[in-house]
Ligand binder design. Structure first.
Ligand code: NAD
Length: 595
């Protein structure tokens, strides 16, 4: 017998969805389906305080390839609420609901679960209890840990505290402030049905950059009031007595938003202990990824489901940083040669989507082509001169329309210029500053603005040089341009920190690339210039530091969010001297060029 009445509070924004009600344990669940039922079923479970419509953008994208199913969790959206509410939201009852929905929509075939926030917390229960074995083909989790794993995580840190572990506990404790509030009686309900419910859409848009529109749905106040019981019925008992056998019986893909205000990345450090087949992904984003990053989520979910189904091979990317960069949109300037090309390949090997920009169209096209071969999810070439502000504006607009906002920007394009100050003409100065400094300014300004507007974080890498902190009588213009890039990066890093956008300046030393053979030598005739180019190319060749190592340093700098990275040993040495013994560098600066 049904004790709860069908929820009336919601409206669906899922155009073209087929809806039905599934009875289970005294409630009726509102279930929506999209796509071809013959295809593998992807079952999306929403979080708190949401209804299934939080998934609308992801669902329509996935429906092109899969049978997509969503349901309002009991007490949310148009599903009815248990009576009484207390004790009606236990993980056991939520597991019954999941099985009822899975049996109704995909009776003969296991489903691919996807959960966000509390949808992920419950799905962890589904994928780690015995009675669902064989009903789940895979699980994609985002922003919602298993309460059992979380309980063990806390216990380990309390039993064996170290300063680092205590820091982690305090960090997560501070992020969980709202969980304590939700345990207080009545107040959360009053707040949600009153002022908080009214202000929530604006708060979401201001704090999380969730675009305004037909989400959240009008059922929000009652969703949030009922959903408080998810916390009250489960959190304390499970954290106190976590299950010891909470092992996943299906492959899991963990997607961790790097800017999640409610969950620390560290919560998942020991996840391999519980999940035999784990794929990790990170994304520069805040908590509400189903609203803010639907394209990226649909891509990852689709890839994962397809690889588990065995229809296509495993995702190609197996590079060192694939957990961090796979699927991310990365734009590299000067990608047609040297450090830029090696960087494009390193991101490609990590499974990123790569945009290779260069003023040399053929070289950019070759980089894009090879990027696809070595593992890029996709790659494109763009022919642009970074010093041309209008061309850069057009590039930024085109990239935004065709591919979206870049997650990582690498301002690498640069040219060499040697020659004393008195030999350097104003035209020489203009050229080197136009490319080395203005190119970086245009990139930061245009793509940085898009990242900031998206409000989900990202990273900007500017390639400076050891010349940025090492004066030299023979590289005044080049060194000035690079010192400016270094300072610009430091200033921008301070400005964008609040928005979760990292900025790193990379300072290589001598790296074996083409830069020596194209560098201009001021104050000498063409013949002498060619001779010096050859000689310096030989010198760099003898030093033989490969651009691939700089590329690796760039990816590492992003992962660690480093501010300034001197790369080669001589660059590191010069960096130390510039801080502690600048007089030594000043003396070295007087040495005449060996070239
Ligand atoms: P490289 O000459 O091998 O590659 C530079 C690429 O940038 C080329 O493909 C070139 O076509 C492109 N490019 C140049 N000007 C451009 C413009 N205006 N618009 C678009 N593309 C342009 O040089 P590299 O050594 O790989 O240099 C990459 C960066 O690293 C530069 O900023 C350079 O100053 C810096 N750097 C190099 C070294 C080194 O020793 N090679 C050391 C420190 C810093």
């Amino acid at each position: 017998m049904l004790t709860g009445a069908r929820g009336e509070g919601g409206v669906t924004v899922l155009k073209g969805a087929r809806e039905r009600w599934v009875p289970t344990g005294g409630v009726e669940l509102c279930v929506a389906e999209l796509g071809d039922p013959e295809r593998p079923t992807v079952l999306l479970v929403h979080g708190y305080p949401d209804s299934k419509e939080v998934w609308s953008k992801v669902a329509v994208r996935l429906a092109e390839d899969f049978h997509v199913v969503l349901y309002d969790v009991r007490g949310h959206g148009r599903s009815s609420a248990p009576k009484p509410l207390r004790g009606g939201f236990t993980l056991e009852k939520l597991t019954d609901d999941f099985l009822a929905v899975a049996d109704a929509v995909s009776p003969g075939r296991p489903v691919h679960l996807v959960g966000h926030d509390w949808g992920s917390v419950q799905a962890w229960e589904f994928v780690t209890v015995k009675r669902t074995e064989g009903r789940i083909a895979s699980f994609t989790s985002m922003s919602g840990p298993s309460l059992d794993h979380f309980g063990h995580w806390i216990q380990q840190r309390v039993k064996r505290p170290t300063p680092r572990r205590i820091g982690q506990l305090l960090g997560q404790g501070a992020k969980s402030w709202y969980v304590y509030l939700l345990h207080t009686p009545v107040l959360p309900e009053l707040a949600w049905r009153g002022p908080l419910g009214k202000r929530w859409p604006r708060l979401l848009s201001r704090l999380e950059n969730v675009p305004a529109g037909n989400y959240p749905t009008p059922s929000l106040p009652s969703d949030a009031a009922h959903g408080a019981w998810l916390y009250r019925d489960n959190v304390r008992p499970r954290l106190r007595r976590p299950r010891a056998d909470a092992y996943a019986h299906a492959p899991v893909q963990l997607i961790t938003p790097l800017g999640d205000a409610f969950l620390s990345e560290r919560l998942y450090d020991e996840l391999e202990l519980w999940v035999p087949q784990l794929t990790r992904r990170t994304i520069p984003a805040k908590h509400w990824v189903p609203r803010t990053r639907p394209d990226q989520l649909a891509l990852w979910i689709g890839e994962f489901v397809t690889s588990v189904e065995g229809g296509r091979p495993e995702p190609k990317a197996a590079g060192r940083h694939s957990d961090r960069f796979a699927g991310q949109l990365v734009l590299v300037t000067g990608a047609g040669s040297g450090i830029g090309r090696a960087t494009a390949y390193a991101f490609a090997e990590a499974g990123a989507r790569v945009i290779a920009v260069d003023r040399d169209g053929e070289a950019a096209a070759r980089t894009a082509e090879l990027s696809r071969l070595v593992g890029a999810t996709d790659a494109w070439a763009e022919v642009v001169d970074v010093s041309d502000d209008q061309a850069m504006e057009k590039l930024a607009a085109r990239v935004a329309t065709e591919h979206g906002v870049v997650d990582v920007l690498v301002n690498n394009a640069g040219i060499g210029l040697a020659g004393t100050f008195l030999d350097t003409t104003s035209e020489d100065w203009r050229k080197v500053l136009d490319v080395n400094l203005w190119g970086v300014i245009h990139g930061c300004r245009l793509f940085g603005r898009q990242m900031a507007n998206r409000g989900q974080g990202g990273h900007i890498v500017n390639i400076a040089s050891a010349a940025a902190f090492q004066p030299s009588r023979v590289l005044p213009a080049y060194s000035t341009s690079k010192a400016a890039v270094l300072m610009l990066s430091e200033c921008l890093r301070a400005e964008l920190a609040d928005q979760g956008i990292g900025v790193s300046a990379i300072c290589p030393g001598l790296v074996n690339t083409n830069i020596t053979s194209t560098a201009r030598f001021a104050g000498v005739d063409a013949e002498e210039e060619a001779r010096r180019q050859k000689k310096s190319a030989r010198l760099y060749g003898m030093r033989n530091y490969p651009p691939e190592k700089v590329a690796e340093a760039i990816l590492r700098a992003i992962v660690n969010d480093d501010a300034v990275v001197p790369v080669t040993p001589e660059a590191r040495g010069a960096h130390v001297l510039s801080r502690f013994a600048p007089g030594v560098l000043r003396r070295l600066a007087r040495v005449k060029s060996p070239v």
